[in-house]
Design a protein around this ligand. Structure first.
Ligand code: HEC
Length: 216
């Protein structure tokens, strides 16, 4: 009997020690991850986080435009002389077995990323073709005008309900002739904004990034 009791005692002691180790690991993991909020707990300013995110978004968008869309044989119904890929980049890509336009590719990515809960991002413009890209809420409506007037990003904290966000809007400029010609001749654009003709380097819209802050 004494042996069995000692045996139980050993198991109990080991179990308690094991549970203690598991709890210590969990506490360390939680404190190191900062409870899931990168922007304020890890000590990186939200402004810098927004700049990092924007750098990646803009780089991916440019790389897709330059190295994929620019190389297609057909761009929205028009043959491209320098096109080497036997495919069409078109707004109706799902119906025609083509590939998405850069703005559509951007939105497809944002729909996936926005589900992560870390932050959200969207493309907006006062001259939107797609209704999803209309400026929404007080910040976007005001900031879009300021960004177009100055050509500079607009960044600020905003409260929505009881949540504080750091929001940043970065200009999306007409960097290629194709941006201007495609938008200026798009049937929706012509119908909605008959007096608006984009020119090179003009701000055509903006990329908005919203980062929710914890305990701010
Ligand atoms: C071949 C046509 C085409 C080209 C080239 C093109 N766009 Fe677009 N763009 C569109 C269409 C169509 C949409 C709406 C897409 C959607 O349904 O999300 C759009 C959306 C946008 C939006 C969001 C507002 C809106 O209209 O819905 C911005 C901003 C924008 N484009 C800027 C640019 C810039 C800058 C370039 C050049 C780097 C460019 N576009 C090149 C057709 C084009």
């Amino acid at each position: 009997m004494a042996f069995v009791e000692r045996w139980f005692q050993t198991i109990r002691t080991r179990t308690v020690a094991f549970v203690a180790i598991v709890m210590a690991v969990m506490v360390t993991a939680v404190s190191c991850s900062g409870g899931g909020n990168v922007a304020d707990n890890a000590g990186v300013a939200p402004e810098l986080v927004a700049d990092y995110i924007h750098t990646v978004l803009a780089a991916d968008r440019t790389a897709y435009t330059k190295h994929v869309v620019n190389r297609v044989a057909t761009l929205e119904g028009k043959a491209k002389e320098d096109g080497v890929l036997p495919i069409e980049a078109t707004e109706g890509w799902q119906q025609t077995d083509g590939i998405p336009l850069p703005a559509q590719m951007f939105r497809l990515g944002s729909e996936i990323a926005n589900e992560s809960g870390y932050f959200t991002y969207n493309l907006i413009s006062p001259w939107y073709i797609n209704d999803n890209h209309a400026p929404k809420g007080e910040f976007e409506e005001r900031a879009v005008q300021e960004m177009i007037d100055t050509g500079e990003p607009v960044k600020e904290y905003q409260e929505i309900g009881d949540q504080t966000y750091f929001s940043a809007m970065y200009p999306d400029k007409a960097v290629a002739e194709a941006c201007v010609s495609c938008h200026n001749t798009h049937p929706v654009h012509l119908e909605r904004y008959p007096d608006k003709q984009f020119v090179m380097d003009e701000v055509m819209g903006g990329i908005v990034i919203n980062i929710p802050l914890q305990g701010a």
